[in-house]
Design a protein around this ligand. Structure first.
Ligand code: FAD
Length: 434
């Protein structure tokens, strides 16, 4: 059964650039657009910026460098430096590489406020009004008042490509059969004696499997990382067969993830040294989703670009993280395939691949760009560009391009050299641009 209804919505904001989603890509996009002279509105579904690091409690940033060069330069460096300078002594001493979540939230709030970005939390992009390949309005479902936002250019940083999909963009999801990477419900633990911990956390899984500790026997256990003297952030256990774009599937994932977390509690406490007194204190508000839609752009970044260390004329950044495809199936073949690719598809220090502007422009839509996890890439490359430092790179590029396109409302009409110069002013790493 379905119903039809029509309502009139107030246009609450009228801006140059609309950004959907305030994860690393969305924060970078909004700040970059505002610094390039645009008025910007950022809609975030949750109650804080930071995306997966904050709401799904992903405990650490992956690499900002290629081992030689600082490739996530610009806004990525600003965030990393803020954390380094302001981290509490506990962090500096015990876990310099993990994310102090409360500090990250304050960092993002401050950056956006200082840049003059208008933003609202508890605001979900629910629809668009799109005519002849141009988005005119975004419809926001917000606590207390649904409303429309009028903008000249739009940037989809929802991770899932919600805005692009709502506007009618083509996309791919998962492999040929639609299978996507497994999800994880991360959590915060306390009572860990880090001095007694021996890595890897997976070393006694076979014993636990024999003793039927797990309802879901999973070889791939990333582990728990220090986030202060005796607390840790876990990225432990996979929840399989979840589609992160569907509420009923996410609901199932949360329920399963919480049940599995208690099984990991037993494993850590009874099988691994250092965790005897550990307790999971709280699991994340959102399931950690690694993969959903890849929005089809004018260029699909692909595995050959990784292998050839590609250079593009319209390069907006370079990145270097390996191909990290968590298996979508909980079996040995899936784990072995993940492990082989992660071991073999990685670079030597100083190597990186280029990301072309055309992988951010959305096929068939004039005034839309993507950034972050949902950019135009094949499945292998999504498994590299999805990590947070790269989301800063694509985010700042999309935000800058959106600002430069505000007079034409067409993201393909900008001069790439002008975009690259503006990105350099933000500090972007662009060794191949004049
Ligand atoms: C379990 C797990 C472990 C990971 N480990 C690491 C790691 O160690 N290091 C690393 O760097 N990366 C890691 N990643 C990858 C990384 O966290 C994400 O891929 C990255 O955060 C994606 O950034 P994003 O800005 O594209 O999207 P997100 O971080 O997902 O942010 C998207 C934001 O948009 C909001 N949003 C979504 N839909 C809407 C909508 N319709 N309207 C309004 N707002 C919306 C969300 O609330 C969210 O805040 C991990 C991911 C997972 C799931």
């Amino acid at each position: 059964m379905s119903i039809e209804y029509k309502i009139a919505l107030p246009v609450k904001y009228e801006v140059d650039v609309f950004v959907a989603g305030g994860g690393p890509a969305g924060v970078a996009a909004a700040v970059a657009a505002a610094r390039n002279g645009a008025s910007v509105f950022l809609a975030e579904n949750g109650g804080a910026f930071g995306g997966a690091a904050v709401q799904a409690l992903v405990p650490a940033f992956m690499q900002f460098t290629d081992g030689v060069n600082f490739i996530a330069d610009g806004i990525g460096r600003e965030v990393r430096d803020y954390i380094k300078e302001n981290a509490y002594e506990e962090y500096k001493k015990y876990c310099p590489d993990s994310i102090p979540v409360e500090l990250l939230k304050v960092c993002y709030d401050g950056m956006l406020t200082k840049a003059g970005v208008y933003f609202e939390f508890f605001t979900r992009v629910a629809d668009t009004v799109t005519e002849n390949g141009t988005i005119k309005y975004v419809v926001c479902a917000a606590k207390g008042n649904n409303y429309a936002v009028k903008a000249k250019t739009f940037v989809d940083c929802t991770g899932d490509g919600d805005l692009a999909a709502l506007a009618g963009a083509d996309f791919e999801k998962g492999d040929k059969s639609g299978e996507m990477m497994a999800t994880t419900l991360c959590a915060i633990w306390n009572g860990i004696d880090w001095k007694s911990v021996v890595r890897p956390d997976s070393r006694r899984l076979d014993d636990a499997f024999k003793n039927k500790v797990f309802s879901n026997e999973d070889r791939h256990l990333p582990g728990i990382w220090p986030i202060s003297r005796s607390t840790g952030g876990s990225n432990a256990g996979h929840v399989y067969d979840i589609d992160g774009t569907l509420s009923h599937s996410l609901t199932l994932g949360m329920v399963k993830g919480r049940r599995q977390l208690l099984e990991y509690r037993k494993y850590y406490k009874e099988y691994l040294s250092g965790y005897e007194n550990a307790e999971p204190i709280i699991s994340a508000a959102l399931l950690g989703v690694r993969e959903t839609r890849r929005i089809t752009g004018d260029y699909i970044l692909n595995i050959n670009d990784f292998l050839s260390r590609a250079v593009f004329d319209d390069e907006i950044g370079r990145y270097a993280y390996p191909i990290d495809i968590h298996s979508g199936k909980n079996n040995k073949a899936g784990y072995d395939d993940y492990e082989k690719k992660f071991r073999e598809l990685r670079y030597k220090p100083g190597e990186s691949y280029g990301i072309p502007y055309r992988s951010l422009t959305v096929k068939g839509i004039k005034n839309l760009l993507t950034a972050g996890r949902c950019i135009s890439a094949d499945r292998s490359m999504q498994a590299s560009v999805r990590v947070m430092p790269c989301c800063f790179i694509t985010g700042q590029a999309a935000g800058t391009a959106a600002a430069l396109s505000k007079d034409t409302c067409d993201v393909r009409k900008i001069d790439i050299k002008v975009l690259q110069s503006a990105l350099k002013r933000l500090g972007a790493y662009l060794p191949n641009a004049e």
